[in-house]
Write a protein of this length. Structure first.
Ligand code: AMP
Ligand code: ZN
Length: 384
């Protein structure tokens, strides 16, 4: 441990290289970042994600994800190091939340590298990676604290108020499934196939947007979840499972009998209804937290679904408060290791944090408790 802390100190904050690994779900992700200048975004020397195709299984099977990481991780890291030829100074890895077995593959591998190279390791919160990534921008347009983040992915849908790198308050969360999960399952019900099905659904809609939006098309009745009713007013939450039930019960005809145009029209209605729910609930939160949010000028949207152009357009035009909007680059919206490397850099440089080698994967790790982890090592010699 002493040797590790010594190397942690000797790293300082000058020019250094970061190897980052993300294996919390079904993508095996590796990146190498060059932190050549603290005032500029790091150079991305390598970035690769090997996705497990779970289309046939109808969802992620944890043992398959575990095997996928075991098969791929070492090979990708070897390739990354061969490509960049760089010696690594800091290791960042997702510590949680996620599937325990999947996380353990990345974490144990990174611990091994940390021991072999005698370099410090930072155990990163997966969602922190998603929400801090837009701060990596070098064009000076990055979100300023405090900012709001809408995290929309296959496993999460939450609105977070971020006051600093380690201070996060969840203002709105889903009471059932995530928005990406709902989009994927609804799309499957109407016969769309593929791996990222919601992305395929967006592609099908955009192929002929005029036809998709025409009111001549087939109609499907869709719900407005959490609408005000007796005894339940202005709920600050999301709910996406009612969309799947509605699509299942209200199909105008069996999916295999739908023409391409009918499928497109239904896809459009489903996507619109789900995004309308997101916008409506966000506006409820904005309305009832006016004072707490008065200083918030920036709005981040991150996670796989943030790649959707229509969602971005609707956020920018339909929220009742004006913000400057920030998104990751399209290829960095879904899970990736760049965000883990960047969040690790933020924790290391701004809070002097690294992680003890006895760390274990954390299946559940509330975003509100980033510092509440027994495995943080704080190095005061790095204070500036
Ligand atoms: P993540 O969990 O962050 O890796 O994101 C994966 C989720 O994002 C899946 O549910 C995808 O179907 C969804 N997704 C990816 N691209 C898009 C897109 N362009 N529009 C809507 N959803 C998307
Ligand atoms: Zn994610």
């Amino acid at each position: 441990m002493l040797r590790l802390i010594q190397s942690f100190r000797s790293l300082g904050v000058r020019h250094y290289k970061v190897l980052s690994i993300e294996t919390s779900c079904d993508d095996t992700c590796v990146a190498i970042l060059d932190r050549f200048d603290r005032n500029q975004a790091p150079k991305l020397l390598y970035n690769h994600s090997e996705r497990l195709n779970s289309a046939e299984d109808g969802g992620i099977v944890p043992t398959k994800a575990h095997n996928h990481h075991q098969k791929n991780l070492a090979i990708i890291v070897k390739q990354a190091l061969a490509c960049t030829g760089s010696s690594i100074d800091l290791l960042c890895v997702t510590k949680g939340p996620g599937m325990r077995g999947a996380l353990a593959v990345g974490l144990d591998f990174t611990k091994g590298l940390s021991v072999a190279w005698n370099k410090p390791l930072v155990g990163v919160h997966h969602m922190l990676g998603h929400l801090l990534l837009p701060r990596m921008e070098s064009n000076g347009r990055h979100p300023q604290f405090p900012f709001l983040s809408l995290l929309v992915s296959g496993g999460h849908t939450m609105l977070v108020l971020t006051k600093s790198i380690v201070e996060h308050e969840i203002l709105c969360d889903t009471i059932d499934i995530a928005v990406g999960d709902s989009l994927d399952k609804c799309a499957r019900e109407i016969g769309i196939r593929g791996d990222m099905i919601a992305k395929e659904m967006e592609r099908i809609i955009d192929q002929d947007i005029q036809q998709a939006t025409s009111d001549q098309g087939v109609k499907i009745e869709l719900p407005v979840p959490l609408r005000n009713q007796n005894g339940r007013m202005n709920m600050q939450a999301f709910s996406f499972s009612p969309f799947i039930s509605a699509v299942k019960s209200n199909m105008p005809k069996p999916q295999e009998e739908l023409s391409d145009n009918e499928r497109r029209s239904m896809a459009y209605q489903i996507q619109e209804a789900i995004f309308s729910h997101v916008i409506r609930q966000l506006n409820v939160v904005l309305k009832f937290n006016g004072e707490a949010l008065s200083g918030v000028k920036s709005f981040v949207c991150s996670g796989g679904v943030s790649a959707n152009k229509r969602l971005r357009e609707r956020l920018e035009t339909e929220l009742t408060k004006s913000f400057s909007f920030h998104y990751p680059d399209l290829e960095l919206c879904t899970d990736n290791a760049v965000m883990i490397g960047w969040a690790g850099i933020e924790l290391y440089e701004n809070h002097n944090l690294a992680t003890d080698l006895r760390v274990v994967p954390c299946r559940k790790w509330p975003l509100t408790n980033i510092l509440d982890d027994p495995w943080w090592l704080k190095d005061s010699s790095n204070d500036r």
